[in-house]
Design a protein. Structure first.
Length: 75
């Protein structure tokens, strides 16, 4: 692996980890707000529903992404 490729992998990994951490904190805050204005059961149900919707959205977006280094023609 070339030096530039390793650097790109490191940047991509940091971006994924930062996004995961921010998403986790925001998700916890949203569910906490819902629970504080409702019952725990309704908060958990709403949080689970949001997780399902966001997971399907991420799956759809990930399916549409085409990576340059993986798209090669076979001879």
């Amino acid at each position: 692996m070339r030096r530039d490729e390793r650097r790109d992998v490191g940047v991509a990994s940091a971006l994924v980890q930062t996004t995961r951490a921010i998403g986790s904190a925001l998700g916890t805050a949203v569910v906490g707000i819902i629970i504080s204005h409702s019952t725990v059961l309704n908060g958990v149900r709403t949080g689970l529903g949001l997780c399902i919707v966001l997971s399907l959205t991420c799956a759809l977006l990930a399916h549409r992404v085409k990576m340059k280094n993986l798209v090669t023609s076979r001879k």
